[in-house]
Design a protein around this ligand. Structure first.
Ligand code: GLC
Length: 382
């Protein structure tokens, strides 16, 4: 019989960890349920994929964790306890609980006081001080060591950060994210209209696919643009904080590049957009735990430039399947962009290598197989 999995996730916004869960939950949808601690577009995406969803809205879960302490006092503690209780009820018939976020593993720890189901934690985050406070790291590591039967990390970098923060190495296995390559290879779609809409063949287009938020490094891209004449940048992604979007627009004006910058917002045609741009950059200023956009860029057959930090060097072999640059360095990014546009033969070869590497290492089938194996091993555990 298929394993009955209770998936837990704290938010219903759509980012990398959510896209990961969408593909895993879709695969196990016949026998599983996703519990979200908030309502939003992710619920809709799951339901559209035929996944059963329950929402337990929580004010605690809606508060940001990045760089902040999860405060376990007063109303917060009550909020976690309430969620723990609800999750324990929801887990009654589950064979395994799959916590997909830090807040989900904290709630699971409480739920286990009522119902001792085996727990898998899929760790999408680098537990380091660029992303979390020392206190939050301690709390998460202790919780994971006590609560999880297995911890799946999205990169060796993520696994290593967990262990060096005191996490138990025996619990950890690396499971790289996996992708369905089909949308990136669909030859029935005519891309020329999209290219024309974006300015036609004469323009050279750089695509940047990320939420518009400081740590994703859009500012570095604007500064690099100054040194790469005639390149046009397309920022694709939701503006999390409109004030930051406006700050970027102002900076573009001050740098004299505003006429070469376009904000396209959140788009549904990301695979197509990736295929029509000439190059893709992913230059987060804090270490990226994995970096799904990079693999997608490779699947789209585009040359990709990315910041050398976190899990990224596990995806790209520098100079072979893409180009790595120092995080936060507009100079290096500009140099890499010039290289991409000047040496077209080498660039085409790099994009082809990247494409082959993405197909070989980051397929959805491989990821789902690995997770299915972890699910069956942990749910059989005594
Ligand atoms: C998180 C990480 C990102 C990773 C994704 C999927 O969103 O920040 O680097 O690609 O999870 O594991």
């Amino acid at each position: 019989m298929a394993a009955r999995i209770l998936f837990l996730h704290h938010t219903a916004l759509l980012g990398g960890a959510e896209l990961h869960l969408l593909s895993v939950a879709r695969h196990f949808r016949e026998s599983s349920t996703v519990v979200l601690f908030a309502d939003g577009p992710f619920r809709h995406a799951l339901e559209t994929a035929g996944v059963q969803v329950r929402v337990f809205p929580s004010a605690w879960a809606a508060r940001g964790v990045r760089g902040q302490d999860p405060r376990f006092s007063g109303a917060n503690f009550a909020g976690v306890a309430r969620l723990g209780w609800l999750v324990a009820q929801a887990a009654r018939n589950a064979d395994v609980i799959y916590a997909n976020s830090p807040k989900a593993i904290l709630v699971t720890r409480v739920a286990r006081l009522v119902r001792r189901k085996p727990v898998i934690w899929f760790l999408h985050d680098l537990l380091d001080e660029a992303h979390f406070s020392p206190r939050a790291i301690r709390l998460l590591v202790t919780t994971a060591n006590r609560t999880a039967a297995r911890i799946l990390a999205n990169s060796k970098a993520t696994a290593a950060a967990f262990v060096s923060a005191g996490g138990s190495g025996e619990l950890v296995r690396v499971v790289y994210d996996g992708f369905d390559a089909a949308p990136f290879a669909d030859s029935s779609i005519d891309l020329s209209a999209l290219r024309a809409e974006l300015g036609g063949e004469k323009l050279r287009l750089l695509g940047v696919f990320s939420r518009i938020t400081p740590w994703k490094g859009q500012e570095v891209v604007l500064r690099a643009l100054v040194k790469v004449p005639s390149l046009v940048v397309l920022f694709v992604g939701a503006e999390e904080d409109p004030a930051y979007g406006n700050k970027l627009r102002r900076l573009a004006r001050d740098l004299g590049v505003a006429d070469r910058v376009r904000f396209l917002g959140l788009r549904k045609d990301v695979p197509q957009l990736m295929r029509v741009v000439d190059c893709i950059a992913h230059v987060s200023i804090d270490p990226e735990p994995f970096g799904r956009v990079i693999v997608e860029a490779m699947l789209a057959g585009r040359p990709v430039i990315a910041a050398r930090a976190g899990g990224v060097p596990e995806i790209i072999k520098d100079g072979v399947s893409g180009i790595l640059v120092t995080p936060g360095s507009p100079e290096e990014l500009a140099e890499a962009l010039l290289r991409v546009f000047l040496d077209q033969a080498a660039t085409a070869q790099m994009a082809a290598n990247g494409h082959a590497r993405a197909l070989a290492l980051f397929s959805e089938a491989r990821m789902l197989n690995e997770i299915a194996q972890d699910v069956s091993e942990t749910s059989l555990a005594p």
